[in-house]
Design a protein around this ligand. Structure first.
Ligand code: HSE
Length: 435
């Protein structure tokens, strides 16, 4: 059979890794795909930086997407524009697309998949979420018999690396971030990592294929890790919890929760022990129960592993009727449903609270009185000793589950108390148990 011809948009970390894996494993890939996959050209901005590459290089990426010789365009340049226009142009030319671009899929996926559906071409995006972990494949195909109840993932390696180093070595946030950047894990703009935007992009995609809803990045509640202190990490530990930055999507009676934030989780859960830059996603299906997917969430070859798997998938189904292929967003395009997406104040969860209180009679009664008025039940409470010469003591507590709007009201009242100094740190807590 004739080889399938591929054009690469971008030859950076992931593009280079993809080319390398395709060449190194050509034989095995050919045995799996049933046809040879041949990279025929790559579009790069600076050809002088790729003198050692044995590929024809193009400088205008639009020339590549319009090249009639190319069957599949692999987009690895990232960002929104020109990636969006290039993908739409490739689709208009009747080409299949493989992309690792999470921001683009999260923000413009609805438009891109509609165009692809109309043209009868595939847009594959396994590498957009959790690098090498085949989580899209697992959710879209492996769990197709289930109602997905919830999923919770460590889907930003940089944040996980920072939280792990803070816990293990007591290091400072800024110092660890610099190392994550040097290791090549952080996004070009590291605020995407530490403010939770990168995780929100990935959660948007996971939620869409888990629940059959349109991609809705603007509805994801997003909070990063910058306000988590070393003390919080340590106090959480004293209660038997770890703090992880999670993306959570949950189906509840009123609709779907979509949220990204630091979260206390019991230390005995496997996912609580996913450390460093590694990623993991816990998925609860009604039939299968809890399943956990773990692996490298970034890096040249782990991400290339997902890109190449997508290429093999596309090649295998090139001759299949478009109606018989796995739908882009897991559910048939005319069965994607707009379920209500809940605002964060309607989410029900437990909390960790950390405040600085004056150490005198009646203060604790006042705090617990405010919580009781909002129907918030305390599960555990510690008061630490004051620093020498100070009358201010750290008070740390865990609450039972409560609707967030009630917790917010209680925290406002506690912060207004004369006996409380500064703001109350609150971090959501999830038990992630199997039921
Ligand atoms: N910046 C991302 C991370 C890279 O830290 O996980 C992979 O998407």
């Amino acid at each position: 059979m004739k080889p399938v011809k591929v054009g690469l948009l971008g030859l950076g970390t992931v593009g280079g890794g993809t080319h390398q894996v395709l060449m190194r494993n050509a034989e095995e890939i050919n045995r799996r795909a049933g046809r040879r996959i041949e990279v025929v050209s790559a579009a790069v901005r600076h050809p002088e930086r790729h003198v050692d590459v044995v590929l024809p290089l193009a400088t205008d990426p639009f020339d590549l997407v319009r090249d009639p010789e190319i069957d599949i365009v692999v987009e690895l340049i990232g960002g929104i524009e020109p990636a969006r226009q290039l993908i739409l142009e490739a689709i208009a030319q009747g080409k299949h697309v493989v992309t690792a671009n999470k921001a683009l899929v999260a923000l413009h996926g609805n438009e891109i998949f509609a165009a692809a559906h109309q043209q009868g071409v595939m847009v594959a995006f396994e590498a957009a979420v959790a690098g090498g972990i085949p989580i899209i494949k697992a959710l879209r195909e492996g769990l197709a018999g289930n109602q997905i109840e919830w999923l919770a993932g460590i889907i930003n390696g940089t944040s996980n690396f920072i939280l792990t180093e803070m816990r293990d070595k007591g290091r400072d946030f800024a110092d660890v971030l610099a190392e994550a950047q040097a290791l090549g894990y952080a996004e070009t703009d590291p605020t995407f990592d530490i403010e939770g935007i990168d995780a929100a992009h990935k959660l948007t995609i996971l939620a869409s294929i888990a629940f059959g809803i349109p991609l809705a990045f603007d509805k994801v509640y997003t909070e990063g890790i910058a306000h988590v202190s070393r003390e919080d990490v340590q106090y959480a530990e004293e209660f038997g919890y770890r703090i992880k930055h999670l993306g959570i999507a949950r189906r509840v009676a009123e609709g779907i929760e979509l949220r990204v934030h630091p979260t206390l989780i019991p230390e005995r859960r496997l996912i609580a022990n996913v450390n460093g830059v590694m990623n993991a996603i816990l998925v609860k299906g009604d039939a299968v129960g809890s399943t956990l997917y773990y692996g490298a969430g970034a890096g040249a070859e782990p991400t290339a592993s997902a890109v190449v798997a997508d290429l093999v998938d596309v090649v295998r189904t090139l001759t299949a009727d478009p109606g018989n292929r796995v739908p882009h967003l897991a559910f048939q395009a005319d069965h994607i449903t707009d379920l209500p997406l809940l605002p964060i104040d309607q989410v029900v969860t437990a909390y960790y609270l950390h405040m600085q209180a004056e150490d005198r009679p009646g203060v604790m009664a006042e705090i617990t009185g405010v919580l009781a008025d909002q129907g918030i039940s305390i599960e555990a409470l510690i008061q630490k000793e004051s620093a020498p010469g100070s009358t201010i003591v750290p008070v740390i507590m865990l609450t039972h589950r409560v609707r967030e709007e009630r917790l917010v009201r209680a925290v406002e009242q506690i912060e207004a108390m004369v006996a409380i100094t500064g703001t109350v740190t609150r971090i959501r807590l999830e038990r992630l148990n199997a039921d």
